[in-house]
Ligand binder design. Structure first.
Ligand code: ZN
Length: 107
């Protein structure tokens, strides 16, 4: 058996160089944005309002800061500051509940 065929499986993945948005561990949406300034990464979720700041080494980029944030979040040692503006309205009303109770008993 000769003639080994060289299989060239070329998987071309179009990867964005540096994704600026990451998945939020709380709401699951890809709406986390990371900004680094003065060794402090500011992490905000544009969806659920999660907001926190973590210290990062100068070599960290956004992706590094994000993974550190995830670690800290999962370990529960993250101070999460909410960024909700007037979101205190609670809607506990259940709509669409019909009160049609079939009568099976005839007295
Ligand atoms: Zn979120």
């Amino acid at each position: 058996m000769g003639g080994k065929r060289r299989k060239r499986t070329k998987i071309i993945r179009v990867k964005p160089k540096l994704p600026k948005t990451f998945e939020c561990p709380r709401c699951g949406k890809v709406s986390i944005s990371v900004k680094i300034k003065d060794n402090v990464a500011t992490i905000t979720c544009g969806s659920c309002g999660l907001y926190t700041e973590i210290e990062v080494p100068p070599v960290f980029d956004e992706a590094n800061a994000y993974s550190k944030f995830i670690d800290m979040y999962l370990e529960g040692r993250l101070q999460i500051k909410e960024r909700t503006n007037e979101n205190t309205e609670e809607e506990n009303e259940i709509e669409g509940e019909s009160e049609e109770i079939p009568h099976g008993q005839v007295e």
